[in-house]
Design a protein around this ligand. Sequence first.
Ligand code: NZQ
Ligand code: ZN
Length: 389
Amino acid sequence: MLNFTFYNPAKIYFGAGQEAKVGEYVAQYSKKILLHYGGGSIKKNGIYQKVADSLRKSGVAFVELGGAQPNPRLSLVRKGIQLCKEHGLNFILAVGGGSVIDSAKGIAVGVCEQEDIWDYYMGGSDRITQALSIGVVLTIPATGSESSPSSVITNEENDMKRSIATPHVIPKFAVLNPEFTYTLPPYQIACGASDILSHLMERYFTQVDHVDFTDRLLEASMRTILDHGVLALEHPEDYHARAEMMWVGTVAHNGLLNTGRIGDWASHHIEHELSGIYDIAHGAGLAIVTPAWMKYVCHANMDRFVQFATRVFDVSYPMEEKESIVREGILRLEAWYQRMGLPIRLSEVGIGRDRFAEMAGKCMIGRSREGNFQKLDQEDIIKIYELAL
Ligand code: NZQ
Ligand code: ZN
């Protein structure tokens, strides 16, 4: 196990009805805020009304900025920065999913820092020293952005999707009411479950030895999302399935599960190039990229893949048949994605090989190698896209 520092100050208010006091929570920080949300789902399902009522009750004035899209865009971040400066707003309440939260994080940094906001996303995270405080009302269990230090933004001028990671954008609090997820379309639940599973797998596939405790936590978390993802899809108003999914989604990405180990993250970066160019949902892109990545890198540490197949997917072939065990584990993962209604090949979403070299090239910008489980170069990434066809 490696040395580590673990710090996650996001306060979580979890459960039905917790949003009633969101105004009080916000008022501890500011009485004049930016209320940021997405394409309007919160107005249709009543979440907006509940939040607005609570803010008014606590005397919190707000300026609104809706319109954050899945794969949130840089132009809206710029607009949000402008709005906050114009109206002197010093707190952002993000009501929505990862896209809204990530957009809020970009705005929070842009208001406080001097450089152009995109420069921080192009590898300048370390230069971020301050940001406005953020609160979250989460409406989709998926990215873990409600307590993560990251934000991922798409620059629509060059189709590049890039991230920052800085403790300054960890939300001060997040309200997680599983009932708020009942109105999610099945495809979004599936994409959310896929993203959560990926955050666990990215951490699980490490070359660091003696990480039994986090291995076991990760295996339990993976089994939880595999089971409850299916239940949440099949029984949309099963509170407990939604609650399990929501909590594992937060813990999957709040830093606890990568303590003492080095995660991989190649699948995420290879996927970000797909959603940056083709605007597909992040979780769907991961269902396509991850099995291809596994097939390409498994020989870098077969024992870890055997452990994954046997402990997470209950593969029980004789131990001398490592190749078969690993192959069966990957097949069972693909079968789970399919059961969730997700694509597992690029051809299913109409993507061909014409931009593979461009995506692999973009993936390598600012990086000498991609991933940690097996270090990848541009040619390796093209081969992974080929395996995903
Ligand atoms: O825009 P609205 O109208 O709100 O609709 C959204 C959107 O269309 C809808 N939705 C959300 N909650 C709903 C709902 N519809 C009905 N009822 C509800 N309760 O769902 C759609 C998807 O929302 P989005 O916020 O895009 O989903 P998600 O949370 O999966 O976020 C994806 C983004 O986060 C990034 C991804 O790359 C992607 O850009 N990620 C952020 C991370 C982070 N900051 O730590 C880590 C992740 O690995 C990921 O890369
Ligand atoms: Zn993700």
